[in-house]
Design a protein around this ligand. Structure first.
Ligand SMILES: [Zn+2]
Length: 342
């Protein structure tokens, strides 16, 4: 794009005292990782890409499903029909929106063994994940690399947002020191979610991201909580807790959990994810050949898909599998062991 066109495209933003041409140049030079491309991630990736952030890393472990479409504004029915990985679908849609942006799609589960590599060259992280455990892992990783990150969450008609800069103010575990036992916190699974809640939280996170990229010196941590039905909006200054297990005592419990194979039910989904203990990955074309005698196999460079009875199985190149049509981890693990490997 010529500089004239760039000036035209961002002319309304450059008029803002908060951004101006210099702020716009900062956005263009920045690399932001969108961790999770669901509802929050759709809003985050769209707004940051359109605002002119030069480089986005789009990370997601999942494929697009019909129940995503009310909230996940990057995707369409064709993505559902083709079970496109969200990171790839996000990259395709955003490439049409802003052809100047560098868009890097990463189809993977954010895990202790890969998160530090993901953060290489990244100036800032925005949180589009759907569970507190992954957020604690991001918190550990960002404290380790010194990367700022913007936490966000939405469930029901409410939401929360807070930015964290390592060494300057609190971290996530100053706010929430320990994981709650399963079943305590409401999730989209148990409580549902209104599509405007993640849209507003994603917009707040994207604003905090731009504020940090453009005016880091004047930034300070503000916790925002919202409810939408009826509407309320509250802000709090959050102090750092010297007894915080992560930034106070220096523990990295979530980053230190390496090499554990994992079977997890997915939030809001009739599906189970099986993650292998190693990161050797799977040769999808070889696996497709082996399965073709028994199943109709659908193969793309990023994933392989086949059906076992009523169960829909999607295998990714990193070795993970999504078994859709069950919430029973034993069923998913059995399918994985039988058809993909142990
Ligand atoms: Zn802390």
């Amino acid at each position: 794009m010529s500089s004239v066109n760039a000036d035209l495209r961002y002319s309304r933003q450059a008029l803002l005292a908060q951004l101006g041409p210099q702020g716009q140049a900062r956005l263009r030079q920045s690399c932001v990782a969108v961790m999770g491309c669901g509802a929050l991630g759709s809003t985050l990736a769209t707004l940051l890409c359109r605002a002119g952030v030069g480089h986005l890393v789009l990370v997601d472990r999942d494929v697009v499903e019909l129940s995503n479409l009310p909230r996940q504004t990057l995707y369409d029915e064709q993505d559902v029909a083709q079970a496109v990985p969200k990171a790839v679908a996000a990259q395709r849609h955003l490439a049409i929106v802003n052809s100047q942006a560098v868009l890097d799609a990463q189809v993977m589960d954010i895990a202790p063994h890969n998160v530090l590599t993901l953060l290489k060259g990244v100036d800032l992280v925005v949180d589009g994940t759907d569970n507190l455990e992954t957020r604690y892992l991001l918190n550990d990783a960002c404290l380790t690399t010194g990367t700022p990150w913007i936490y966000g969450g939405a469930v029901g008609t409410s939401g929360i947002c807070c930015g964290f800069v390592p060494g300057r103010g609190p971290c996530l575990r100053c706010l929430f020191p320990e994981l709650a036992p399963p079943g305590i916190l409401p999730t989209c699974d148990t409580m549902g979610v209104l599509n405007t809640a993640p849209a507003i939280v994603g917009a707040l996170q994207a604003t905090e991201a731009m504020r940090l990229l453009v005016q880091p010196e004047s930034w300070s941590a503000t916790l925002v909580t919202i409810d939408l039905w009826p509407p309320s909006f509250r802000t709090f200054a959050v102090p750092r807790d010297p007894r915080c297990p992560a930034c106070g005592l220096g523990r990295r419990e979530f980053l230190d959990r390496q090499g554990v194979s994992e079977v997890a039910r997915l939030c809001g989904r009739n599906a189970v994810q099986v993650t292998p203990a190693n990161d050797l990955g799977v040769a999808l074309s070889t696996l497709a050949q082996a399965l073709q005698a028994q199943f109709a196999v659908e193969l793309s460079p990023e994933r392989l898909r086949f059906a076992v009875g009523a169960l829909d199985v999607v295998v990714f190149a990193d070795g993970r599998a999504l078994v859709r049509g069950t919430t029973d981890p034993r069923v998913a693990k059995a399918i994985y062991a039988k058809y993909i490997g142990t």
